[in-house]
Design a binder for this molecule. Structure first.
Ligand SMILES: Nc1nc2c(ncn2[C@@H]2O[C@H](COP(=O)(O)OP(=O)(O)OP(=O)(O)O)[C@@H](O)[C@H]2O)c(=O)[nH]1
Ligand SMILES: [Mg+2]
Ligand SMILES: [Zn+2]
Length: 325
């Protein structure tokens, strides 16, 4: 692999000269975990931490490295771990807004294009699409709307038309990722090793599309719930994939209504784990307290979820969840 394949260009090379002189190796962040990162250099993928000075210089959480960032890594010597020492300036940044006590959260860095993925099987939610558009426009990346599951639509042309009416100047593509129908129109967005980020609600088919465009089963996918077509929050981490044909994809976990983020007043934590489990609860408005068929409490009893995590979720999120439904 070369740095070009990672989306690295002449400008990055110039910016990196001073860091290379200090012995740093250029890399791109492909995944972010609680305590470490996975980064790809031009030859290998490796685990790296961050240096204390990088953490200290971050004013807010979104200043820390995130998926898609170009970084300078000091490779492990002896027993020490590899560390990210610097983050190159971002060309674009898809950021989930700060509100209340919640910190802004970096969803993807250095994305050239963002596919706002929506599905033709559920209800068409135009205000939600408008919110996604606003988020992408603020990022500096170019928005493209992908209407997936066209195979399930009564009239995909009509839906495309309704979306186009609220998204002037933005291209809308109707496709069927599962049937590989129409996905060839998406190829040009990857030319020149561009990076495309995928966002949208859970279950719309972002990971299915990721797999189709990669040509391999890189991401797990899961059936939506039959009665309301809602997804099950299958993807839990943002991750960057390099395509053998060129270009990169950043697949992200499905988002809840953007309004939730704005109203959010929790600890700055995400609770994606709990909300993912909650899609399996019998009742849609389950408070995970004493309701029958509660998948969250079942996970606690199985030992899959820490009881104190549920407690802090209840403390911070219950009023929010109750009022948002
Ligand atoms: N009929 C039909 N089903 C599709 C299509 N694309 C994806 N699906 C199905 O939709 C379900 C959800 O797909 P995923 O790819 O897991 O959705 P996702 O957007 O990644 O969801 P999260 O990871 O939860 O955010 C799966 O059962 C897919 O097989 C399509 O074009 N047509
Ligand atoms: Mg997914
Ligand atoms: Zn529950």
């Amino acid at each position: 692999m070369t740095l070009d394949a990672l989306g690295w260009c002449e400008r990055h090379r110039a910016e990196f000269t001073v860091h290379a002189a200090r012995g740093l190796v250029p890399a791109r962040v492909v995944a972010e975990h609680r305590s470490h990162y996975r980064v790809a250099t031009d030859s290998i993928e490796l685990t790296a931490g961050t240096t204390g000075s990088l953490r200290n210089s971050a004013v807010q959480r979104s200043d820390l490295p995130g998926v898609g960032d170009f970084v300078g890594v000091r490779l492990a010597a002896g027993d020490s771990a590899s560390t990210i020492e610097i983050v190159l300036p971002r060309t674009t940044a898809l950021v989930r807004k700060a509100s209340g006590e919640r910190q802004p959260q970096l969803l993807a860095a250095n994305v050239d294009v963002v596919f706002i993925v929506t599905a033709a099987d559920g209800d068409l939610n135009l205000p939600r699409i408008e919110r996604y558009l606003a988020l992408v426009r603020e990022s500096g990346a170019a928005p493209v709307i992908v209407l997936n599951k066209a195979d399930l639509a009564d009239d995909a042309g009509e839906t495309t038309c309704q979306i186009a009416a609220i998204a002037s100047g933005v291209t809308v593509h109707a496709i069927s990722a599962r049937d590989r129908e129409g996905i060839e129109v998406l190829e040009p967005y990857f030319s020149g090793n561009q990076t495309v980020g995928f966002i949208g609600s859970s279950g719309v088919g972002k990971s299915t599309l990721t797999n189709e465009l990669l040509g391999r089963l890189a991401q797990a996918t899961q059936e939506v719930r039959a009665h309301d077509s809602r997804g099950r929050h299958t993807t839990t981490h943002r991750q960057l994939f390099l395509r053998p044909q060129g270009g990169a994809i950043i697949d992200t976990p499905g988002m809840r209504g953007l309004e939730l983020w704005n109203a959010a007043k929790n600890s700055g934590d995400d609770f994606d784990d709990i909300e993912g489990l909650a899609t399996g609860c019998k009742f849609r408005n389950c408070q995970h307290h004493s309701e029958p068929g509660c998948a969250v409490r079942a996970a606690v009893s199985r030992g899959d979820l820490e009881a104190n995590r549920l407690a802090s979720y209840a403390k911070f999120s219950r009023p929010l969840r109750a009022s948002s439904r």
